[in-house]
Design a protein around this ligand. Structure first.
Ligand code: ATP
Ligand code: MG
Length: 391
């Protein structure tokens, strides 16, 4: 029995036990400092309530990257937050529209995503959980921010290229045909900034792929604060909350991240995959033909990806995990990764299957969540409108 397995076996067999037991030793609270960056850029060493905002697109069932890079972190934040901290999690339907969606599938994915958020352990009584498209303030603020966003800054974002490339199954970003780029996809980082700033959020736990958007969001917040002064700067500059396993790579092409919008279903492990599907996708993951296992993301990205997945599941350092496999083969590693992943997803998977049937309950949660979200952003938007002169 491998080390991770012993660790897992000790966990109580309750819903999401893997999630709780796997991450109880490492808390996000530690990664978030109580210092926050003041408007003038200096550090305030005063503990202040945090406003945490994050979102996920209803573009399909979440994959292992979403779980390890985002959702797991959201649950940890909820567990470790102090009572004054505000936690806001959104299903961002307007972002999904930046790539073509089938309306029927989008509608199902939208409801399913809410069931997923509850299934992984988010509590609608503790966190505000809602559909972005049910709070029009996001779109209103996005328009206002669009009007102060330099085109040059948007052009420097690489995410629209990767999103387009992933959706076309292109091998790399340079193969992307820019004629397929719509204005929404080009400016979605501005909508994302609006999502965050409408709540005056201070902390944004998202995967590494979103880092450049958080930087843009800080730039826009600063620019707004500078241009539209009031008694105090309106928007705090939000911090990116980094996770230890923030980038899970595609199983078929380890040069790109695992993504919901990749057409290749074997490139990602879904929360709903059966144990047999998990095993088969990991068995066919692209690795290399070098003997022995080493952690070398540059030259051996496939093996490195599997090692990081395993390390994230067992909450160990990736080098420690790699050392255990130094004299073993890819087959051994893959077998253990498949087991660890199955342990991680089995609780939430069962809960998701149960919850997705509870449509009346889901509707009620969505309705209450949207009311709470609108109540939070209304005063901020009132102030925004006053400052810009639209009153
Ligand atoms: P899409 O392909 O539709 O953009 P996605 O897989 O990128 O889907 P999102 O809904 O855009 O998922 O992102 C939700 C969250 O998951 C974000 O915080 C994002 O940073 C994180 N995330 C997405 N992919 C990965 C990944 N491969 N590894 C780690 N985190 C990820
Ligand atoms: Mg994405």
């Amino acid at each position: 029995m491998s080390l991770f397995h012993q660790h897992l076996r000790r966990a109580p067999a309750v819903l999401s036990s893997a999630w709780r037991s796997l991450h109880s030793r490492q808390t996000v609270a530690r990664s978030i400092t109580t210092t926050s960056v003041a408007q003038n850029g200096s550090q305030e060493v005063r503990a202040r309530p945090r406003v945490v905002f994050s979102g996920i697109q209803p573009t399909g069932i979440p994959h292992l990257g979403n779980l390890l890079g985002a959702l797991l972190n959201w649950v940890k934040l909820q567990r470790d937050a102090s009572p004054e901290d505000q936690l806001i999690y959104s299903i961002v339907g307007w972002h999904a529209l930046t790539l073509p969606q089938d309306p029927k599938a989008l509608s199902v994915a939208r409801r399913d995503m809410l069931a997923v958020l509850l299934a992984v352990g988010l509590d609608p009584n503790r966190s505000v959980i809602f559909h972005q498209d049910e709070n029009p303030h996001h779109a209103e603020l996005a328009w206002i921010l669009n009007c102060i966003t330099p085109m040059g800054k948007l052009r420097r974002m690489t995410t629209w290229k990767s999103r387009l490339a992933a959706s076309r199954n292109a091998r790399d970003d340079s193969e992307v045909d820019e004629s397929l780029l719509n204005a929404g996809l080009f400016t979605y980082p501005v909508l994302q900034a609006a999502d965050i700033l409408a709540y005056r959020a201070t902390h944004v736990p998202v995967g590494e792929d979103q880092q450049q958007h958080i930087e843009l969001c800080r730039d826009l917040a600063e620019s707004f604060n500078r241009t539209f002064k009031g008694k105090r700067a309106l928007f705090p500059l939000p911090q990116h909350v980094i996770t230890s396993s923030c980038r899970v790579l595609s199983l078929r092409d380890p040069s790109s991240k695992m993504s919901k919008s990749s057409p290749d279903l074997n490139s990602r492990i879904l929360l709903t995959d059966t144990p047999a599907q998990v095993r088969s996708k990991i068995r066919s993951a692209v690795t290399d033909s070098t003997l022995g296992i080493t952690y070398d993301p540059e030259t051996r990205p496939g093996a490195a990806n599997l090692l990081s997945i395993l390390a994230a599941c067992t909450d160990e350092d990736v080098q420690v995990v790699a050392a255990r496999y130094a004299d073993k083969g890819h087959g051994d590693l893959k077998g253990d990764v498949a087991e660890a992943v199955e342990e991680l997803i089995k609780g939430p998977r069962a809960e998701f299957e149960r919850l997705r049937q509870e449509t009346a309950y889901l509707e009620e949660v969505a309705k209450k969540g949207a009311e709470k979200a609108r109540a939070l952003t209304e005063p901020v938007m009132k102030e925004v409108r006053t400052r810009i002169g639209l009153v």
